[in-house]
Design a protein around this ligand. Sequence first.
Ligand code: MG
Length: 618
Amino acid sequence: MLYSIATVCLSGTLREKINAIAAAGFRGIEIFENDLITHDGPVSEIRRMVEDHGLEIVTYQPFRDFEGMPEPLRQKAFARAERKFDLMAQLGTDLLMVCSNVNPQALGGIQRATDDLHELGERAQARGLRIAYEALAWARHVHDYRDAWEIVRRTDHPHVGLCLDTFHTYSRGTELDTLLNIPGDRIFLVQMADAPRLSMDHLSWSRHYRCFPGQGELDLGRFMTHLQATGYGGPLSLEIFNDQFRAGSAHKTAADGYRSLVYINRTAEARQAQAARPLPDVTPPAEIQFIEFAINDTEKQALTTLLQQLGFHHAGTHHKKAVELWRQGQVNLVMNLEPDSFAQRYHQQRGVSVCAFGLGCQGVEALVERAALLGYPPLHGNPETDTHGIPAISGPGDALLYLVDEAIEPAHWEREFVWHETAEPLAYLSRVDHIATSMSHEEMLHSVLLYRALFNMQGTPSVDVSDPGGLVKSQVMQTPDHAVCFTLNSSQARNTVSGHILDRYAGTGVNHIALQTSDIFAMAERLRRQGTPTMQVTENYYDDLGARFSHLPDELLARLRKYGILYDEDGNGVFFQLFTRMFAGRFCVEIVQRQGYQGFGVPNAQVRMTMQARELVQ
Ligand code: MG
């Protein structure tokens, strides 16, 4: 299939959009009327730009208010169409996309629409052009692809075909099985868009929240299976109206768009072997094996103190570099102070940060190949200095995601580090539960696609959480067995905790690292004995908790209150959370105890963010 994208998806001038679209690897482009109108040169120049970039214009769109118009508006609509045909001849495209009529004056009736489209087909044929007819979800009469197909079928004209748009189909919850009965050669164009599931009017939902396949919550894999059954071989084109995309970097958005098509079309590519190398299957990562901090000397002293208080011990030192490994249970924390390293360059730009994660993976070779095919270039470090030999890709916020081969772990630790004799290690904390990262909305969409397309991770529906400074959107990306979880938080409001974190990091950054314990009260008592401050929680929180969970024994409630521990329940079990104070105003450690509980304490997020916001202004 020819991969294509509509100019409306991207920011910038038409010239910038064409550059970004070609650079991302697309071969097709949909020219939107607004981009053509606002271009400051002749139409012939647009045609030349497109051709010079090796692109093909798959359609010119949209053509509105056409079918079902009463006279004299009907004749005016045909006159408008003839002018569009003139323009298409100059542009060098043969397909006009007609979307179903939203005009209040439009008259209903399948046969009336059929007659109009048949006449349009005749006129198009006379000029060697074609018409693709699309059912808009909010159209006056034809808002269902099955009705649009019935009109196209009755038109029985070789120059009139169907345009399918996944958003219009899914947003109305239309069944897909009828698609199986449509011959692929009667479909002239397929437009792909994903979206979060929202309850709002179709038009606003479409105009502001569409996103690339893999970034939203629609089951587009099912649509692709049905589409393949029709035998369709035409363009697969992205048509995304999204506020973030139109404000973000055209090149980064276009690159995400291209990889979203490679990802959503992976089964067809593998079956038809159109791609020389179809996307290899991969197993989701098994664990977060290490977390690496970019840090300077002063910050290292403070972080060392915090880690010791949490029960970590200095397990090893790199045999050549200024890199220390701190360990407890299966949690490995790396502090990197090596001059002229990725970590130190990261530190110069962003200050103390988490600059890398190690993901324990099976089949790293297949993952590296999949990353390359998806356009996430695998990085192999400097062979002189980076002797660990672990490949990485650039992840959210440009932090490195190392792909650590589970089969050879722990060989890289043994080889690279000098080990320290220590007393019996403490075991308050056992493993990484999840990592929460603050990022912009645009980066959140980028990250969701990366975790899903590359690692086969799954997303939960995003939720809005109230922060004293505004709303924060939160979404979890996790492996099916929940072994690796990232919670992503974004906010448009600068005064939220997420907004502050973004400011401090000058971009994406870790907000908290959640570590599991099997006895949160023992951990809390240890912190208290050492005088380690933890996040303060209001008295009102516990009064409310007692009311919400009236079955909680008074004694348990008193202990939660004493240590500032948050509590929640779901259908599977119970959950305890304890937060350290923010480190350098950027991140904290969350200690969690899960007893069957599957969530991430969303009901407690508001109190957590409120308390953290107070810490940040102190
Ligand atoms: Mg469309």
